[in-house]
Write a new protein. Structure first.
Length: 298
């Protein structure tokens, strides 16, 4: 009995010491890649803490225990974790660096997820115009106002910002068009980004809208489909182009009629996710699919 009486106060004092110990912030970072856009997964290894505050160094923060974060701009960032318990805090920091991409890319943030597109240097007029509008914030809060499952997602109409549910959309623009920049190597594979335009009867030169664009979802493509397209356009597909169409799908009947100026390189699942939304008789989503922001990746 005497041993038990001596042990209990010792155990109690150990418990009291541990309960008031200072929290210790500690973490690890794992980059998905070294070039933006890139995601970072945190691994929280803090001790004696029950609250956390992350500062990712780019204006974004989180209170999750081990959050994931995406960087869209190159450079050096200081990631800071503050671990808290009661009135006590402890902080740990680590620097992380990302290279700029060699290609011209834009991150499209939507309320259904993000897509990264690469803009083609072979269509400089469309590339530079799209970058200008994106950097000016022109596309922020506009809608994908026309969505057809198995075909494409269309957006960029300035009249779609805050539009009523019954508003007729698709005719808005910045007041100018862009000359067509057709290229036999830039085709309507799944994920292709192309310029919308008015019809041939009023637009025989096939000039592009100054702002509206569409992203191809497309469907399965077989050799017979490509044969028909060759017959109607007089353009011949290479063996490599045929294989790619058959591998990823797309909308070849649009080739050589609309300017393809970009390609989705990340976020194909978001294309499919948006394509599945319910739409009305005008192909407008019943619940708005909104472009939150476009960011040029530098």
């Amino acid at each position: 009995m005497s041993d038990m009486r001596n042990t209990f106060p010792i155990l109690l004092s150990i418990f009291l010491l541990s309960s008031c110990a200072k929290p210790m912030a500690n973490f690890m970072l794992t980059k998905s890649k070294d070039t933006v856009p890139a995601k970072v997964q945190t691994e929280n290894k803090s001790e004696n803490a029950d609250e956390y505050f992350w500062d990712f160094g780019d204006g974004n923060t989180s209170s999750e225990e081990s959050p994931e974060h995406e960087y869209s701009l190159s450079g050096k960032y200081t990631v800071t974790l503050t671990a808290k318990k009661g009135g006590k805090t402890n902080t740990s920091s680590e620097e992380i660096f990302f290279n700029a991409p060699t290609e011209c890319k834009v991150l499209i943030k939507t309320n259904m997820g993000n897509m990264t597109i690469q803009l083609h240097d072979d269509t400089p007029g469309h590339r530079d115009n799209f970058l200008k509008l994106a950097n000016e914030g022109f596309y922020n809060d506009l809608l994908f106002h026309r969505v057809i499952n198995g075909f494409m997602l269309q957006g960029g109409d300035p009249n779609s910002k805050g539009a009523d549910a019954d508003a007729r959309l698709g005719s808005g623009g910045p007041g100018y068009t862009i000359p067509a920049e057709f290229n036999s190597n830039l085709l309507h594979y799944k994920g292709a980004v192309a310029a919308a335009r008015t019809g041939d009867q009023v637009n025989p030169e096939k000039k592009s809208s100054g702002c509206q664009f569409y992203i191809v979802q497309g469907s399965e493509v077989k050799d017979q489909t490509l044969d028909r397209t060759e017959s109607s356009t007089g353009k011949i597909y290479t063996d490599e182009q045929r294989e790619k169409y058959k591998e990823v799908g797309g909308a070849p009947f649009l080739d050589h009629n609309y300017t393809v100026f970009g390609q989705v390189v990340d976020g194909f699942d978001i294309i499919d996710k948006i394509a599945k939304v319910s739409t009305n008789a005008s192909d407008r989503p019943l619940e708005d699919v909104k472009i939150l922001e476009m960011i040029q990746i530098k």
